[in-house]
Design a protein around this ligand. Structure first.
Ligand SMILES: Nc1ncnc2c1ncn2[C@@H]1O[C@H](COP(=O)(O)OP(=O)(O)O)[C@@H](O)[C@H]1O
Ligand SMILES: CC(C)(COP(=O)(O)O)[C@@H](O)C(=O)NCCC(=O)O
Ligand SMILES: [K+]
Length: 242
């Protein structure tokens, strides 16, 4: 199988064998041209000859249509995931016309009906979702640390910072530190507050910035980079059975 995750920043793919083991995996920035990036990967995909392609995309109809056009040339059946708020594995109270496919799949990949869980996706946006015994209660969306920095850069005259590292949440004494620490605290503080309000929820984090953010959270966090893949596999497994 070939699994694709088209996020707002990166295209991720996993090739898996008959028993679900990953035989190839990569993540690449697509710069809003995922179809062109895929074109460059088709040789590799053809070599592995997957019998099916399952896709998660949050890039919208126009880019999805271009991706479909590129994938059609492979002559391998492919399908985009559609959010289902009434799925057997997890019911959701969220508006399912709006819920991002990657958010939903990450939850589907993590969900455990015996647990209370808080799933945090640290991509282009940071999403925090609460699940109570396989019932999605809703969540929050924040701009990522990088998007927050860009908005300060473009919305102010005296903040001209476009690089630096996010490594502390203590107060800063320079613009550079105040910007990075303030932004990191906005996300970390929100996570700490949500976990304070929901003390019995296990914290699970995934996505490109999960390692940077999790270090400052004041409760144990489970880092899982397999959530979206796991969600894709569960989704198509269930769909084939019904
Ligand atoms: N090699 C890399 N290229 C680009 N971004 C990276 C890389 N490694 C880690 N990241 C981080 O991953 C974040 C994007 O996370 P990701 O989960 O791929 O997002 P999305 O699903 O929105 O595309 C970026 O903000 C960046 O900080
Ligand atoms: C919230 C998101 C932007 C996160 O995307 P990502 O950071 O993974 O690229 C995406 O899931 C999305 O576009 N969601 C639609 C809005 C919603 O979930 O309500
Ligand atoms: K993501």
């Amino acid at each position: 199988m070939l699994w694709l995750d088209l996020g707002n920043t990166r295209l991720k793919y996993w090739l898996t064998d008959d028993i679900g083991q990953i035989v190839a995996h990569d993540a690449k920035q697509h710069l809003q041209a995922p179809a062109e990036l895929l074109m460059g990967l088709t040789d590799r995909f053809e070599r592995y000859a997957p019998d099916f392609i399952g896709i998660s995309s949050v890039l919208g109809d126009n880019l999805n249509a271009k991706v479909s056009e590129t994938l059609s040339r492979l002559n391998i059946p492919f399908e985009f995931v559609h959010v289902d708020a009434a799925h057997t594995l997890m019911k959701s109270a969220y508006n399912d016309q709006q819920l991002g496919c990657d958010r939903w799949l990450q939850m589907l990949g993590a969900v455990d009906k015996k647990k209370r869980q808080c799933v945090i996706g640290c991509g282009t946006a940071v999403t925090i979702d609460l699940i109570d015994h396989a019932e999605h209660l809703g969540g929050y969306i924040f701009p990522s640390i990088y998007l927050q920095r860009e908005s300060l850069f473009s919305g102010t005259k005296q903040i001209t910072i476009s690089n630096g590292t996010f490594d502390s949440v203590s107060q800063g004494l320079t613009t550079q530190d105040a910007v990075h620490r303030g932004i990191l605290l906005s996300i970390v503080g929100a996570i700490n507050e949500i976990s304070h309000r929901h003390p019995n929820f296990e914290l699970i984090m995934t996505g490109g910035d999960a390692a940077i953010i999790s270090q400052h959270v004041n409760r144990p966090v489970r880092l899982r980079d397999d959530l979206l893949l796991n969600g894709l596999a569960r989704y198509f497994d269930y769909r084939n059975k019904s």
